[in-house]
Write a protein that binds this ligand. Sequence first.
Ligand SMILES: C[S@@+](CC[C@H](N)C(=O)[O-])C[C@H]1O[C@@H](n2cnc3c(N)ncnc32)[C@H](O)[C@@H]1O
Length: 497
Amino acid sequence: MARSTTPPTGAPEPGTRLSVTIERAAALGRGVAHVNGLTLLVARGVPGERIVAEVERTFPGYALARVVGVERAAPERVEPPCPHFAQCGGCDWQHVAYPSQLAFKRAVFEEQLARIGRLAPPADWELIAAESPLAYRDRLEFVPVPLHDRYAPGFHGAQGAAPVAIAHCRLAPERYTRLAAAVLDGLLAQGALPPPAQAVAAPLPLHRIAVQGTLREDGQSALAVLLHARPTRETDASNLRRRFLQAGHAMLPALRARFAELDALALCLPSGPGKRGRGAAGLEVLHGPPWLFKRVGSRTYRAPHDGFFQVHPGLAHRLCGDVVDAVRDALADGAHPSREAAVFDLYGGAGLYALPLAAAGDRRGLRVVCVDSDRAAVRAGEETARDSGLARCAFQAGNLERPGVFEALCGRWGAPAAVILDPPRRGLPAGLIDSLRSARPPLLVYVSCDGGTFARDAARLAPDYALCSLRGYDLFPQTHHLEVVGVFRPIRNQDNA
Ligand SMILES: C[S@@+](CC[C@H](N)C(=O)[O-])C[C@H]1O[C@@H](n2cnc3c(N)ncnc32)[C@H](O)[C@@H]1O
């Protein structure tokens, strides 16, 4: 989207207030309205209601706006449970009752599938609700926000506004925010952070602070803290490391006395100023085990302190079970070309799907190959597989954006019986889609956290693959995000069936 400083001719100036009716829900949690031929995308507008929208930014043909008054409320509108809602950039739908959030997400995704993918959802399309729409996350990532004489844990503000201090993020249990606040107090007391009054003038040496769930050796749930430090003009990387290590060790006893569940404290240093680097090279664990331990269902996974892992363990269990079942059922149906053929789990992380799939297929001699660019995730997966005695689950580091990576995998492991795909939000690279279309594995299970790129990729696969089954999982209640799993089969196979 191009930035606009002056409104296009005839468009309302930013700050203009307009009385409009919200017609339907749109991407990013906005509502669509029209006025004088202009499309308004209104933050916190609820379909069906009459509101006063204030224009924020204009673009040719459309403008971004926000609700500043409600003239006739929709029945779905509720009091947001969090006092920070609307200022905080984390949630989009807290002003809507949970069942209606699901209905709006469903409608937005169906519209994306039709408009971008030119596809209708298959007959079995359903959206699985979260058990609880609050306190479901086991990871929060805060930014430090100067607040009087302290730093408070905060989140980036809505629509790109300045970060907002948060008293309790309702998406996780309260202790997550309280622990982050106590760590910030400790870092300030130990001199790792400058006095808050000076923070306005210069970037802070602490970029982000993550609080996340882990398990102790005895299986009890615990918390881990990860500090993302960054060099500044005043503090180079080695000074920074020393300063944060000293502060971390000094504040640990008091922190652990106050938070008995604190099991790990780690420091992540990017490789150079300005880089948003993360990964094992810059990771130092000050206290606790080298890995996080994550439980999904009855399985415990190792995961890197600074790597990807699903943040909603309750619903991830359901998602994971469905992905594994989709592959297992297809293999049981004889869709695979030979008993020796492997299943590729691409963008597989620490093995969320690969490990249970390998366990389920072990008796039949199924081989699973899990590929990810995060080397720490690959090592974590290898260790979990070894501990679980899963000899036929291989983990391999690889950049799936690179041309020829899929062909190299086929060269090493043979043509796959099925491929699981779970890319980041940007979706699949065009080259990988071309490779899949020419290799034509008998089954693709595509897990996506972005409806738009999923629809785009489904359209790119469409000449060769049919979308046969589709399910959504509300892994992120109160936000516009939705996880979907699509099962694709080659068109000719299906026609012959
Ligand atoms: C949405 S996560 C899914 C991970 C895993 N399937 C899970 O559910 O835990 C996407 C994964 O893609 C990996 N990734 C990102 N870019 C990649 C690339 N170019 N090549 C390979 N893996 C990549 C990330 O490291 C991350 O683990």
